[in-house]
Design a protein around this ligand. Structure first.
Ligand SMILES: [Zn+2]
Length: 99
């Protein structure tokens, strides 16, 4: 895998992240378009028209990330199989006897 020269720290972190994903069985195609944000640096993992995978720095002056509130926990869901129930009691009884 060939990478364009980008700032050293972010490059190392991004390469390590991508290598871990690839070792975990991901294809480069599945990582296509991944956006990496490191401080105010933004890098884009993408394939060039010549077929090389590159970590491409994006020209931005400022990065602002708005995080959404975490999804509320679904209390009436069986933790073993994920089945939804109308009541918490039903949910905890779902897979209770299957051990
Ligand atoms: Zn269940």
């Amino acid at each position: 895998m060939k990478f364009k020269q980008v700032a050293k720290h972010s490059r190392e972190m991004i390469e390590r992240w991508i290598n871990q994903k690839v070792l975990g069985g991901k294809m480069n195609e599945q990582l296509d378009g991944t956006l990496f944000i490191y401080g105010n640096e933004v890098h884009h993992f993408t394939k060039t028209s010549s077929g090389d995978w590159v970590i491409e720095p994006q020209e931005v002056t400022q990065v602002v990330v708005f995080r959404k509130e975490a999804e509320p926990e679904q209390l009436n869901m069986c933790r073993a199989c994920g089945q939804d129930y109308d009541s918490f009691k039903e949910a905890i009884q779902c897979c209770a006897y299957l051990d």
